[in-house]
Design a protein around this ligand. Structure first.
Ligand code: SAT
Ligand code: MN
Length: 591
C-alpha cells in the first residue's frame, strides 16, 4: 500500500476485488461499472436518479426529513426460503434443514441466468465491512448488484465504501455476493450459497434478505459456516445492554423466531414503575459471538442499521423505533398519505391515500404490506449503546431463547447448565396465532431461531454449540422466556413490552448469583416473590399460571421433540441425554 492511497482510484486499490469484478462484468455485460465509495454525494446522486426514474419517492421533508419510499414488485415482498439453497460438495454437510443442489449444477444454472443480465444497466460494486471497522471479529464482503435500491440499503445496513475496500487489502479476503434483480420472474428466483467458496449468488429478487446479501446470506449463512470452522458463533440474536439503578450495565443476547417482538425488546422502554433502569441497543437481529481471552462470551453486532417491520410501530409499542424512523429512513412497501407521509397499520395518525403498491387506497383494504420495512442507521436509535462500535464487543451475561407459546412454556426458566441450555435453544418453537379468536396455531420448530439461516447441518450446529460451552471458563447462563402465554379464553397473561424488563432483571440477577430460584423439572424458575413486580398490578393467581409447569403437557412436548429430532441425522447424544433427564424429572417430580 502506497502512502497516497487516498488518491488512487478505488478499483486500483484492491487487485483481488478488481479481478473478480472484471470476471463478473464479462458474464453480465453491464453498460457502466460504479465502485461505491459510501459518500454522501454518491447517496444523493443515486437517490435523484431513482427519483427521476420513479423508483423512489421523496417523502414529506418537513415531517420526515431525508426519508424515502420504495415499492418492490408485488410478487417480491419477503425472503423466499424454498428458493434458497446451500450448495456444498457433500450434501450431508448442508443438512436436511437446507435446500441443496450440487455446486456444479448451481453454477451452471446461475451462469445461464446471469449471462448478459446487466446489459444497459449499471453494475455497482459495494465493498462492505460487517462489524466495527477495526474489530478483529469483523469481516469484509463485496456485493455486486444492478440494484441502486440495494446500494442505498447496504449503505445503511453495513459499514460500506472506501474504508471497507482498504480493509480488504489488509485482510486479503472477502465474501463475494453477486446479485441481479433480473426480470423479477418468481419462477426464476434463486438465492444460492456456496460456503466452500465463500460466495453467494442471488437472482430475480430485489427484496430484503434475498437481495441485501450482507444480511442473512453473509452475516448468518456463510458466517455460521465460517464460525464453525473457526470456533465462534454467528447467531440470529439481538444484543442489549441493561443498566440497573446502581449504574451497572450487563448485556444479554436473545434469539426469537420472527413475530416475537425482537426489535421491540432490543429497544425496550423501561416502565415508569422501574425508575433508574435503562436499556441500550447493541443490535436487533444478528450477533457474532466469540470466546474471549477471559473465558467469557463476547458479542459484536455485524450490522450498522436496522431493517425492521413497520406495521404496529407507534409510541406505545416502541417509542424509540417510532422516533428513530422519522428521519433518514428508507421505507419499503408502506402506504402513502395525501401529504406524502408514510403510513402503516398502527401508526395512529393521518390516513393513507395510496396503498403499498401505489394504487388508490380503498377503505378496508391492506394499506401497508404486513412485511413492509424501515431501513435506518443504528446511529438514529435514541438508545443506541455507546459500546456498539467497541471493536472487542460486549461481554454476554445471559443468552435468552424465546418463542410464542399459548400454553406449556412458563414466563421464564433457566437452564441447569450449558448443555441443557443448548437443548432449550434446539427445542425453540413458535406458534402461528389467529389473533382475532385467540386460538392456538401450529407449532413451528425453529431451533435457535436459525432454521432458515444456519448454513449447515443443524445437528453439527448443535454439536458446535456444545463445544463452545466447553471452551468457556465463565459461560453466560441460558434461559427460555415466553411473553405470550394465554388463559383458557385466549387472553395474554403477561403484559409484555416494557414489563419484560422485570424478567430480564431476574435473569441478570441470576447470572450474578443474587436472585433466588426453585428447581423444576424443566429448569430453575423464580417463585412469584423472586420477581420484581413492584408497581405491576397483576393478580397472584395470574403469576402462578405464568410460572406453572404442567406435567402431562411437558411429557407430550418431550414426545413431540423426540419426533422432531428424529428427522435430524447425527442428532447429538448429549442432547438426547438432556431430554431423558427432563423426562425423568417430570415423572419423579410429579409436577
Ligand atoms: O428480509 S430479511 O431477511 O432481511 C428480514 C427478515 O425476514 O428477517
Ligand atoms: Mn431476522
Amino acid at each position: 500500500m502506497g502512502e497516497n492511497q487516498a488518491t488512487i482510484p478505488l478499483e486500483k486499490i484492491c487487485d483481488v476485488v478488481t479481478e473478480w469484478v472484471n470476471s463478473v462484468a464479462t458474464l453480465v455485460q453491464p453498460e457502466h461499472i460504479h465502485w461505491c465509495d459510501g459518500s454522501m454525494e454518491e447517496k444523493r446522486i443515486i437517490e435523484s436518479q431513482m427519483i427521476a426514474r420513479g423508483e423512489l419517492i421523496k417523502l414529506n421533508q418537513e415531517t420526515f426529513p431525508d426519508c424515502f419510499l420504495a415499492r418492490s414488485h408485488p410478487n417480491d415482498v419477503a425472503r423466499t426460503e424454498h428458493q434458497t439453497f446451500v450448495c456444498t460438495r457433500d450434501k450431508e454437510l448442508a443438512g436436511s434443514n437446507n435446500n441443496w443442489m450440487s455446486p456444479d449444477s448451481a453454477h451452471e444454472l446461475m451462469r445461464g441466468l446471469f449471462s448478459g443480465c446487466m446489459q444497459g444497466r449499471t453494475l455497482y460494486v459495494i465493498p462492505y465491512r460487517l462489524g466495527p471497522l477495526s474489530s478483529p471479529y469483523a469481516r469484509c464482503g463485496v456485493e455486486i448488484t444492478d440494484s441502486p435500491y440495494v446500494v442505498l440499503n447496504m449503505r445503511i445496513m453495513t459499514r460500506m465504501g472506501t474504508d471497507a475496500l482498504r480493509r480488504i487489502t489488509i485482510d486479503g479476503k472477502f465474501v463475494k455476493g453477486l446479485h441481479s434483480t433480473g426480470d423479477l420472474n418468481s419462477e426464476r428466483r434463486y438465492i444460492i450459497h456456496y460456503p466452500e467458496e465463500t460466495l453467494v449468488e442471488s437472482f430475480g429478487s430485489g427484496y430484503g434478505g434475498n437481495a441485501l446479501l450482507a444480511k442473512k446470506c453473509h452475516a448468518l449463512r456463510i458466517a455460521s459456516w465460517q464460525a464453525r470452522e473457526e470456533g465462534w458463533l454467528a447467531e440470529h440474536m439481538l444484543i442489549m445492554g441493561v443498566q440497573n439503578p446502581a449504574g451497572e450495565v450487563r448485556y444479554i443476547a436473545a434469539a426469537f423466531p420472527s413475530a416475537c417482538g425482537k426489535t421491540n425488546l432490543a429497544m425496550l422502554t423501561p416502565p415508569t414503575s422501574m425508575p433508574g433502569w435503562k436499556v441500550f441497543t447493541v443490535g436487533d437481529d444478528i450477533a457474532w459471538l466469540h470466546v474471549g481471552d477471559d473465558g467469557r462470551l463476547w458479542a459484536i453486532n455485524p450490522e450498522a442499521g436496522y431493517f425492521g417491520v413497520v406495521p404496529g410501530t407507534n409510541r406505545d409499542t416502541n417509542k424509540n423505533a417510532f422516533d428513530m424512523i422519522h428521519a433518514g429512513t428508507i421505507f419499503t412497501n408502506v402506504a402513502l398519505t395525501a401529504d406524502d407521509e408514510p403510513w402503516w397499520q398502527g401508526r395512529k395518525k393521518n390516513q393513507p391515500i395510496k396503498d403499498w403498491m401505489g394504487n388508490d387506497y380503498v377503505d378496508g383494504a391492506v394499506a401497508a404490506h404486513a412485511n413492509s420495512r424501515f431501513t435506518v442507521s443504528a446511529s438514529r436509535n435514541p438508545v443506541q449503546s455507546a459500546e456498539s462500535n467497541n471493536p472487542m464487543g460486549v461481554p454476554i451475561s445471559a443468552i435468552v431463547f424465546g418463542g410464542r407459546r399459548a400454553a406449556l412454556a412458563p414466563l421464564v426458566c433457566e437452564a441447569f447448565d450449558w448443555d441443557h441450555g443448548v437443548l432449550m435453544g434446539a427445542s425453540l418453537a413458535s406458534e402461528t396465532t389467529a389473533a382475532a379468536t385467540g386460538t392456538t396455531g401450529i407449532v413451528r420448530r425453529d431451533p435457535m431461531a436459525m432454521k432458515p439461516f444456519c448454513g449447515y447441518n443443524l445437528s453439527d450446529y448443535w454439536r458446535h454449540w456444545l463445544k463452545i460451552g466447553r471452551n468457556l471458563k465463565s459461560p453466560p447462563k441460558l434461559f427460555h422466556v415466553n411473553w405470550f402465554r394465554r388463559d383458557t379464553k385466549g387472553h395474554y397473561l403477561w403484559p409484555g413490552f416494557g414489563e419484560n424488563l422485570r424478567v430480564i432483571q431476574w435473569m441478570l440477577d441470576r447470572s450474578e448469583n443474587r436472585a433466588a430460584a426453585t428447581a423444576s423439572a424443566i429448569g430453575w424458575m423464580p417463585r412469584v416473590a423472586d420477581l420484581n413486580l413492584q408497581g405491576l398490578e397483576l393478580e397472584a393467581s395470574i403469576m402462578e399460571q405464568l410460572l406453572s409447569v404442567n406435567q402431562s403437557e411437558w411429557l407430550q412436548e418431550i414426545v413431540e421433540l423426540r419426533e422432531y429430532f428424529k428427522q435430524q441425522d447425527r442428532f447429538p447424544a448429549e442432547l438426547e441425554l438432556q431430554l431423558q433427564s427432563i423426562e425423568t424429572r417430570l415423572v419423579s417430580n410429579n409436577q
